[in-house]
Ligand binder design. Sequence first.
Ligand code: G4P
Length: 532
Amino acid sequence: MRNQASMSHLTELNKRRTFGIISHPDAGKTTLTEKLLLFGGAIQVAGAVKSNKIKRSATSDFMEIERQRGISVATSVMAFEYRGLKINILDTPGHQDFAEDTYRTLTAVDSVIVVIDVAKGVETQTEKLVEVCRMRKTPIMVFINKLDREGLDGFDLLDEIEQKLGLTVRPLSWPIGMGQRFKGVYSLYEQKLILFRAHGRQQEEDIIEITNLSSPELEKQVGPAAAEELREEIRMVDGVYPTFDRQAYLNGELSPVFFGSAINNFGVRELLDCFVEIAPAPLPRITEERQVDPIEDQFAGFIFKIHANMDPKHRDRIAFLRVCSGKFQRNTNYLHVRQNRKMKFANPTSFMADKKTVIDEAYPGDVIGLYDSGNFKIGDTVTEGEILHFKGIPSFSPEQFRYVNNDDPLKSKQLAKGLEQLMDEGVAQLFTKEDNGRKILGTVGALQFDVIQYRLEHEYGAKCSYEPVNLYKACWVSCEEPVALKEFLNRRSRDIARDNHGQLVFLAESAWTLKMAQENHPKIKFHFKSEF
Ligand code: G4P
């Protein structure tokens, strides 16, 4: 048993709730974040949270995207206090070309809130992200947004969530009408009726306690037709969905659902009040060596995101570290495990909406920004001395591939260095073919190719060009029998590469070649992520 930390440490860590909001672009993530921050008093006025979203019109303009990514540094972590808790919201880029950033950020949260647009239902980006959460059994709450607009029927929407997202849901609030006829929600969690005012602030008298739905008070507030419909629908809800069970939620097996309208700040407080009661405090994390518990007294954490400054005169980066155990302290010697060397951090920062502050200490669940001159890679572990390697930050197979060529032979060193650093940041993945040493870049979206070319030239003085390569997927391979592995590598030598960490990868040209390889080499395991 490891040493446990002091009482004050326990108090601090039990106060933390670290979560991420995920949604398809435009569903209302930024708006919801802002309303949550307003409740917490972290910001005073609406509009203070700059939208980090990359507008669709900008898809061909990567400089604009990088500018907006710059904004997103400030919103990477937003902390606020509410009902005695310290809540950390980790921002996730909505743009699908940066999905890999989002996957990695999800390794640093303890729970998520999924936002769904009532009119659009479940969209593709949400499907992928929720799949990553399900894999890790991350507790999920759902907020169905924009009830002030016409949208899908509540039951149909919940069916869609169950089918497309694979979640078992339990509504904890239920809408009364929608669009023009939207009258409010009934909170099953608090047994209260909350009336909607289209324009104007929510008033105390808009919240009416109704513990028994057959009460005539319901007719008085919403009219006979809506009252009857609500009773009928709640009967169905109670009949169809399981009762809410916090443990099932914490196990990632049951997702409570809330309805509201973020822009009108409606239904947001109910969501937040439930969140602070049920969401998990910092959870343990797995390392290759052992499980690390937040209550241990020795500090350990990992880097899940690196943000580079695009200005060549200031090639500094901010590495974002999630504290997993112990207490992080400023100006203290820590071990950078991969490099096996001691490091001190003079200016670790925390983020409060648009404010950056140098902090002296941080606790499990907190995320801090460390200034970095190129020492960190995504996935790196920092500890008080113990050799640990945090797991759960895998790379996924890229979707797009291109050969990368050096266009200036005198600058090959710069190109190699630039590529290495960009890969450390997680901008893309680099594969080196085993047969001829050619390099292939793999990305989630086409945008990154432009970003990489631009940054190589402007930050590293290297010139590269791309050549198309016809690939479907990169699969990491493993095999328990060395003879079978050797035979596979010999037979398929033209399709084998190493990733940036030296792991073996099979480059499949099509779904069919992958299937054939699986059939012909049954002893080889093909993995779609780099950790298995
Ligand atoms: P995102 O971060 O998920 O991409 O979404 P964001 O919050 O930026 O919201 C996308 C659009 O939806 C915004 O409108 C926002 O005002 C609107 N919106 C958010 N919540 C609601 C809601 O409850 N009801 C309605 N009707 N609209 C909502 P926009 O016109 O794209 O931007 P803006 O000009 O209003 O900033």
